[in-house]
Design a protein around this ligand. Structure first.
Ligand code: C2E
Ligand code: CA
Ligand code: CA
Ligand code: CA
Length: 272
């Protein structure tokens, strides 16, 4: 770095300066993103492979950054979690997704479920249940059409509060699914006591499925059947994977083989 006369601040190397500047800028941009209306949702369909019918969609967050264009969630959700902004963003996506679902229903598109991802921070709010209840009331969406995707780690992290909230949500009629199932820390004994209705097999197991003769997917599918839970496979990319899953009695699937996440209008035009 070149010395500038009269400058006495040399705490950071130039490289560190740039990195921290960029992350501070991104954080600032993230704060403004909601009021500037820069978030949007892409919806990825979920199918029953047996009859080929669409059963629901998963709402996936996108950030349309003014300079950088579409930023995928993996690049800003960790920052949103760190800063606590995920709470505001999470509420935004819930309201938006429920509004969308209600709109589709009113236009005669009888979609079964709208799945929304929830983060740890959202569950740490004491009034999460009230917020969700309020959103359903506002949007006039029946609770049974909303499905919330939680990870095992989220559930294990704040056990008592999370369990309490999950029970309230279930009592209201909302469906709960475990996302990325098989990658977290929850014990099988614990699983039995959770008020959930669905397991989502993580993509990593679908990726390996055809090599290791399906031992893990098979175990998860059987587990789900024994616990009376629905099982959906995520990240299905090929016909071989889909056929293999169906042969194992897993009929619900989501993945690029069927469809990438798409804008609401595209979903409506293609599947309504
Ligand atoms: P996730 O919940 O496990 O979502 C599935 C991710 O896999 C999505 O990535 C989806 O686009 C991608 N995907 C779906 N099918 C395939 C496939 O066949 N092949 C491959 N390679 N990928 C596939 P996306 O949209 O980039 O989201 C990444 C993660 O960001 C999500 O993983 C979720 O953990 C998080 N996320 C997204 N939206 C939200 C949100 O609204 N709230 C929270 N808390 N997290 C979100
Ligand atoms: Ca998910
Ligand atoms: Ca997942
Ligand atoms: Ca994931």
């Amino acid at each position: 770095a070149k010395e500038r006369p009269g400058t006495s601040f040399h705490f950071f190397s130039e490289e560190m300066d740039i990195r921290s500047f960029e992350s501070i800028k991104l954080e600032n941009d993230l704060y403004k993103a909601i009021e500037r209306d820069e978030f949007l949702i892409h919806y990825q369909p979920q199918f029953n492979y047996k009859d080929g019918k669409i059963t629901g969609v998963e709402a996936l967050l996108r950030w349309d950054h003014p300079e950088q264009g579409l930023i995928p969630p993996d690049q800003f959700i960790p920052l949103a979690e760190e800063t606590g902004l995920i709470v505001t963003i999470g509420e935004w996506i819930l309201r938006k997704a429920c509004t969308q679902m209600k709109d589709w229903h009113e236009r005669g598109f009888a979609l079964g479920t709208m799945s929304v991802n929830l983060s740890v921070h959202q569950f740490e709010q004491k009034n999460l249940f009230e917020i969700i209840q309020q959103i359903l009331k506002e949007t006039e969406l029946a609770p049974s059409y909303l499905e919330l995707e939680l990870t095992e780690n989220l559930i294990v992290k704040n056990k008592d509060l999370t369990m309490q909230t999950m029970k309230e949500l279930k009592a209201l009629g909302i469906k709960l699914a475990i996302d990325d199932f098989g990658t977290g820390y929850s014990s099988l004994g614990y699983l039995q006591n959770l008020p959930i209705s669905k397991l989502k097999i993580d993509k990593s197991f679908i990726d390996q499925m055809l090599d290791d003769r399906s031992a893990i997917t098979n175990t998860i599918i059987t587990l789900g059947q024994n616990l009376n839970l629905e099982v959906i496979a995520e990240g299905v990319e090929t016909k071989e994977q889909a056929d293999n899953l169906l042969a194992q009695n897993c009929t619900l699937m989501q993945g690029y083989y069927f469809s990438t996440p798409k804008e609401a209008d595209e979903i409506f035009n293609q599947y309504a």
